[in-house]
Ligand binder design. Structure first.
Ligand SMILES: Nc1ncnc2c1ncn2[C@@H]1O[C@H](COP(=O)(O)OP(=O)(O)OP(=O)(O)O)[C@@H](O)[C@H]1O
Ligand SMILES: [Mg+2]
Length: 470
């Protein structure tokens, strides 16, 4: 489709998709006029006659920019704007009015509107304002992406041999175009591995795009991956590029691939075999140059055996298999990771750094970490918030954990997994029992040996349900 598109200052390499603009005006003629002007520029336009319809549309799909009339039948535009800005998903808004008063314009700006244009609307004026609004929207979302990337493209830390081996494998596989299947439990850093592969690849200047196959309803996943043409299905009001096309020249991470439904698996297989795709409802093939990474925490062997995952697709995806190790299999990295995250969170919130005592570290190292590195990271953030002192002791860990339901603290527990709170309680119980034994049941002596005052020991005995020595 030829476009007389206004220059939106897009850098090359940024995927070019159609921005979606919502026009809210009660006059059918104005809706038609504005929609026409904007569609001619290649934008996707939806319209609404009142704020209720606008609200419904905003709730059903992302809007990049909204043109909002001041006078609407069900609610005035300014109150609607105020409500929108109170939420956190408000798109940039340009107000329109037939009887623009300075007071309205000032109030609209105070409420966060980007611009205020008067009717009759001139196309040139409208398009400049729209271009500015979309630029802002894009800057905001690039900013958010950068923040995520900063948080996630942090290096893979850990000096253990398990992590050194993983880094070596990444360095070997990255510069090729091989598809890579990354497996590992929750929170082991699979996404970080995929980003590290992309960063070290020849595609690093091109986009890295991620799709979570488990989070998207299966009936929408195909259009999310491969895009769709206008009218492909009810609600497909315009052409939409899929994640594959947005990753053109770069890499695509198919996260939670084990949850992909069979129909999409079949379509994905064809795309991987032919390096081309057809958008849903489309008829001409589009050449695709995208390196695919897939990741899963599910047991694909079992899924394949049960027929839940296609054998042929598995072999296509698993040219190079990488496994992110469970944290309990590289416990020696716990002190380094803990110190790193603790420093990261303290510095990030402008607080002085904290250190963990040897005893505290020993406890953390003994723990099973069912939620892996993510669980450790979350615990360090909690410590940053809850422990005021700069030295964090094993007692601090105990205090921090007793206030919580142990399951929340340690994430989902599986198999022989114990929560950190349970582990700490057991350790504490063992130490106290041994001291009381050695003191032949004399609590004053046991307390002295443990470095506690008597009242403190009594409290602990009660909490741990221990007999008072006999
Ligand atoms: N080796 C590591 N060094 C530094 N940070 C790590 C490491 N492993 C994981 N992380 C951090 O832990 C968090 C979880 O990592 P990530 O999201 O990559 O895990 P995942 O395996 O994809 O998890 P899930 O299966 O839940 O999707 C992230 O914040 C990541 O930065
Ligand atoms: Mg992940």
């Amino acid at each position: 489709m030829p476009r007389s598109r206004i220059d939106l200052g897009k850098e090359t390499g940024v995927p070019n998709y159609e921005e979606h603009i919502l026009v809210v005006d009660d006059e059918p003629n104005i809706r038609k006029l504005l929609a026409g002007v904007l569609q001619d520029e290649g934008f996707e336009v939806s319209t609404a006659a009142d704020t209720a319809a606008a609200q419904a549309l905003l709730a059903s799909r992302p809007v990049d920019l909204m043109l909002l009339d001041v006078q609407l039948p069900d609610q005035d535009g300014l109150s609607f704007l105020r409500k929108l800005q109170a939420g956190d998903t408000a798109p940039p808004v340009i107000m329109m009015s037939g009887h623009g008063t300075i007071a309205n314009a000032v109030e609209a700006t105070h409420l966060g509107a980007l611009d205020f244009i008067e009717k009759p609307i001139q196309a040139g004026r409208l398009l400049v304002s729209v271009a500015n609004g979309l630029n802002l929207k894009r800057l905001r979302s690039e900013n958010a992406d950068l923040r995520t990337a900063l948080n996630l493209t942090g290096d893979l830390l850990g000096s253990s041999s398990a992590m050194a081996q993983l880094r070596d494998q990444i360095a070997q596989a990255a510069p090729t175009d091989a598809r890579i299947l990354i497996t590992g439990e929750n929170g082991t850093g699979k996404e970080l591995v995929a980003r590290a592969l992309h960063k070290a690849s020849l595609r690093s200047a091109r986009p890295f795009i991620k799709v979570n196959c488990a989070a998207i309803p299966s009936e929408l996943l195909e259009s999310e991956l491969f895009g769709h043409e206008r009218g492909a299905f009810t609600g497909a009001v315009a052409r939409r590029l899929g994640k594959f096309e947005r990753a053109q020249g770069g890499s695509l991470l198919l996260d939670e691939i084990g949850d992909m439904n069979p129909t999409t698996q079949a379509k994905l297989l064809r795309v991987l075999e032919e390096s081309e795709l057809e958008r849903v409802g489309g008829s001409s093939p589009i050449a695709i140059d995208v390196r695919v990474f897939a990741s899963t925490n599910r047991d694909l062997d079992r899924l394949r055996a049960d027929g839940g995952f296609r054998e042929d697709l598995y072999h296509r995806l698993m040219v190079v298999p990488l496994r992110a190790p469970a944290l309990r299999d590289h416990r020696t990295d716990v002190p380094e990771l803990a110190a790193h995250f603790l420093h990261h969170f303290c510095a990030g919130s402008g607080r002085p750094s904290k250190t963990l005592t040897e005893e505290a570290l020993a406890l953390l190292q003994a723990y099973r970490w069912p939620g892996n590195v993510r669980e450790l990271k979350n615990l360090m953030e909690r410590i940053m918030i809850m422990v005021p002192a700069t030295t964090v002791t094993d007692d601090d860990l105990r205090c921090l954990l007793t206030g919580f339901d142990s399951d929340t603290v340690s994430g989902d527990l599986t198999g022989d997994g114990q929560s950190l709170a349970t582990l700490l309680a057991q350790e504490e119980k063992r130490l106290i029992e041994e001291a009381v034994d050695r003191a032949d049941g004399n609590l004053a002596a046991a307390a002295r040996e443990l470095g506690l005052d008597r009242a403190n020991l009594h409290r602990r005995l009660k909490r741990l349900n221990l007999k008072r020595g006999d």
